[in-house]
Design a protein around this ligand. Structure first.
Ligand code: SF4
Ligand code: SF4
Length: 339
């Protein structure tokens, strides 16, 4: 059912929702950007319409809400351990997010919940608390290529939300929210709108195989990449982490095990015993990432992994563009196919 809200009515709705849910949305943090005088647009808890940045793209995806950067898995002593799972009584979460990011979370579900016999319980518990409020995109940003990856659309949401001149149009799909939306909103016809065109068009490689391995493209990238890892931490589909055991200074017999985001691009990621590192070169690391996003994930789950959000292109200090990389890979496969 569709509803129309004035700003005041939507704020009353959010105030009541907040008594039952934690609400996360894109927010503007003034002056906190990467460079002096710029703003940071990032996820945070929100409670009012004016706090929600409907018209800005976040530098980081909402994945940090259900897959925290730094998460304690369990506490231990010499004799026992205690798992650190969110208590049942913790509130469920509402996340305002875009279609590309919902598609990104579906990729994370595949990796963390459907990849082999064991489900990631830490992810599963937080993921199970999340309800999606789909934000309508009224524009496509410079680096977006979601239409090429098919991630411009989704049906996986509880409520669709579009803000227009201070009014809010909603379409409620999840019955759990019907009563509260009907309490504050006026019935209205609401049709979800999705982005149908991006400035950037990417030709996704149909087939991609080891014949691209020796191409000079990777040397070009190796000369430019600084292995900072920004392209992976901002990506809504990257899920790699490392494990750290922290021993408490005042009692070294006790501690906690944490998992912390890691990246296939940074130094040390593939280091093994005896000083072996099997992707020491930066070009090899970028090739691994490209193969994972464009080929390996698809072989396993039948979906192209990258959702075309363009955040990695925005974040790279060396202007290495993943959309251009994908187009180059399509060209290279075309060339090798003709030989
Ligand atoms: S565009 Fe870049 S950041 Fe976005 S999903 Fe694809 S690889 Fe990840
Ligand atoms: S953001 Fe750019 S420079 Fe940094 S690791 Fe990724 S490709 Fe390399």
């Amino acid at each position: 059912m569709g509803y129309l809200f004035s700003a005041d009515a939507f704020n009353s709705l959010l105030a009541e929702l907040k008594t039952r849910y934690k609400i996360f949305a894109p927010k503007i943090y003034r002056g906190k950007g990467r460079t002096a005088g710029t703003d940071l647009v990032a996820y945070g808890e929100a409670g009012e319409l004016a706090e929600i940045a409907f018209d800005r793209k976040t530098a980081f995806s909402p994945k940090e809400i259900i897959f925290p950067v730094n998460q304690t898995m369990f506490y231990f002593t010499k004799e026992e351990f205690q798992e650190n799972l969110p208590p049942k009584e913790d509130k469920d979460m509402i996340i305002f997010l875009r279609a590309c990011d919902i598609n990104g979370i579906e990729r994370m579900d595949a990796i963390l919940l459907q990849n082999g016999p064991y489900r990631d319980v830490y992810y599963e518990k937080l993921r199970g608390k999340a309800r999606f409020f789909l934000i309508a995109c009224d524009q496509s940003w410079e680096s977006c290529f979601c239409v090429s990856t098919g991630s411009n659309r989704t049906e996986n949401y509880s409520v669709y939300v579009r803000e227009e001149n201070g009014q809010v149009f909603c379409l409620v799909k999840d019955r759990d929210f019907e009563e509260i939306f009907s309490k504050y909103g006026r019935p209205a016809d609401v049709e979800p709108r999705f982005i149908e065109e991006n400035k950037i068009r990417v030709r996704l490689p149909e087939e991609i195989d080891q014949r691209v391995f020796g191409h000079k493209l990777w040397e070009e990238y190796a000369a430019r990449c600084s292995a900072c890892g920004r392209c992976t931490v901002c990506c809504p589909t990257c899920t790699c982490f490392t494990i750290q055991d922290i021993f408490y200074r005042d009692n070294p017999d006790c501690g906690e095990r944490r998992r912390v985001w890691a990246s296939c691009l940074i130094d040390g990621f593939t280091d093994m015993a005896a000083g072996v590192s099997f992707r020491a070169g930066y070009g090899e690391r970028l090739r691994f990432r490209a193969m994972h996003k464009a080929a390996d994930f698809k072989k396993r789950f039948g979906l192209f992994m990258c959702v075309g959000c363009g955040r990695c292109d925005d974040a790279c200090p060396e202007y290495i563009s993943f959309s251009k990389c994908l187009n180059r890979l399509s060209e290279i496969m075309g060339e090798v196919g003709q030989r």
